[in-house]
Design a protein around this ligand. Structure first.
Ligand code: SF4
Ligand code: SF4
Length: 392
């Protein structure tokens, strides 16, 4: 189920750790999935199910460590629906006990194929926000999102979306952009509009196999063209109606606010992840032994998330920028994007350039006049959607 950046990283929150209640176990075998292999970190595990005692320990510590009246829990996979409804019921009960009146929100990311009336009834009853991983219309989605027998999953996901709608469950979508669907930007965008999804996230695939870019990676230049094609439609008719995480985060950077997504932020380290057995890692994309901060059985959450190691991890995003980024006119908007994707060399041979640099540069250059206009509207206390009436 996991897709790059499929956590909705709430950048500005004080302490944020997403949960993996079933580790890397999933009913699908999406070709580009970066998380399935994480099972190999635990070859001797007899089960990948988070225990009730660990769940309670986490919820207690997590709530005690929060300094805001609202607290966000993010359930992530593997496939989160491979737990039972009763597991999440138990979690809600513990949230009530340890929350002591705080407002608690639950976000759950799923591939959508296991949704049933029972699940949707439970989500509606308890105000869950559901994130569905879907890569666009059928021919785009079914390229890589298949089960272990190689069967496509599009119709199952669409059935899940119908159930969410039937029960009135709030949901958003996360689409992965790869070497195939990158050629269909408007079809991709129109598809999400057609299913009436107003909060759209998409993320480019950048993975390596034996230190080489994976064949399903989105080509960097095409990533820029993809963003531009959707941006051009959005900026003409959809600002304020459709929330597109990239565009809103870029605009936030334009006005000097914190972006809603970590990849465009100046530093990392704000979004940890806890595996099924209590191991806590620096980031969902750094679930590797070198980035393990400790285990909840032996270390407190605050100890791990505010540790020097985690702070160094966060600061490294800025400190490790190559000169090309430091000299770039769009550094304030891009921040060199995710360190995980900095697998290229600059033209002068310096390592650490982002694989997607060409695409981002192209996009920011194209969007700059529109962003400048929207920034001016915001600073003048007018809605940025005024851009739609000022495009020749
Ligand atoms: S490494 Fe940083 S930018 Fe990349 S996903 Fe993790 S927190 Fe976000
Ligand atoms: S557009 Fe390229 S050079 Fe500029 S900050 Fe982003 S990755 Fe660096």
């Amino acid at each position: 189920m996991p897709t790059p950046y499929s956590f909705i990283a709430p950048f500005a929150r004080p302490l944020y750790v997403m949960l993996k209640p079933v580790g890397a176990v999933c009913n699908l075998r999406c070709k580009y999935c970066y998380y399935l292999e994480k099972k190999d970190l635990y070859p001797n595990a007899s089960s990948y199910l988070m225990s009730d005692s660990l769940l309670e320990n986490f919820i207690k510590q997590y709530l005690e460590s929060q300094t805001t009246p609202e607290v966000l829990f993010t359930w992530h996979g593997g496939e989160t629906l491979m737990r039972t409804v009763d597991f999440y019921r138990k979690a809600l009960e513990l949230q009530r006990i340890y929350g002591r009146g705080r407002q608690i929100e639950n976000v759950l990311q799923t591939n959508g194929t296991l949704l049933t009336d029972k699940w949707c009834h439970f989500f509606k009853e308890n105000n869950f926000l559901i994130g569905i991983s879907i890569d666009g219309p059928q021919h785009c989605h079914d390229i890589y999102r298949r089960d272990r027998e190689g069967r496509p999953s599009f119709f199952k996901v669409m059935k899940g979306i119908s159930l969410l709608k039937k029960h009135g469950v709030e949901f958003n979508v996360m689409g992965v952009v790869n070497d195939y669907n990158v050629d269909y930007p408007l079809e991709f965008y129109h598809f999400f509009k057609s299913i009436d999804c107003r909060y759209i996230q998409f993320a480019p695939v950048v993975e390596t196999i034996d230190n080489q870019p994976a064949p399903w990676n989105v080509p960097s230049g095409k990533w820029g063209d993809f963003l531009i094609a959707i941006f051009d439609e959005w900026v003409k008719q959809d600002v304020g109606t459709y929330y597109i995480q990239y565009f809103d985060s870029a605009l936030a950077n334009w006005v000097g606010e914190k972006p809603g997504v970590c990849i465009l932020a100046e530093t990392c380290g704000h979004a940890g992840v806890m595996e099924f057995n209590g191991d806590v890692y620096s980031c969902d994309h750094y679930v590797r032994p070198a980035y393990k901060l400790g285990n909840l059985q032996t270390h407190s959450l605050t100890e791990m998330m505010y540790s020097e190691r985690q702070q160094a991890f966060g600061a490294a995003k800025r400190k490790a920028l190559p000169q090309q980024c430091l000299d770039c006119q769009f550094l304030f908007a891009c921040n060199g994007e995710c360190p995980k994707n900095r697998i290229m060399e600059t033209s002068s041979g310096e390592p650490g350039l982002n694989y997607l640099c060409e695409g981002y540069y192209k996009f920011f250059k194209h969007a700059a006049p529109y962003m400048d206009f929207m920034k001016n509207e915001l600073l003048s206390r007018r809605p940025p959607s005024n851009i739609m009436f000022n495009i020749p």
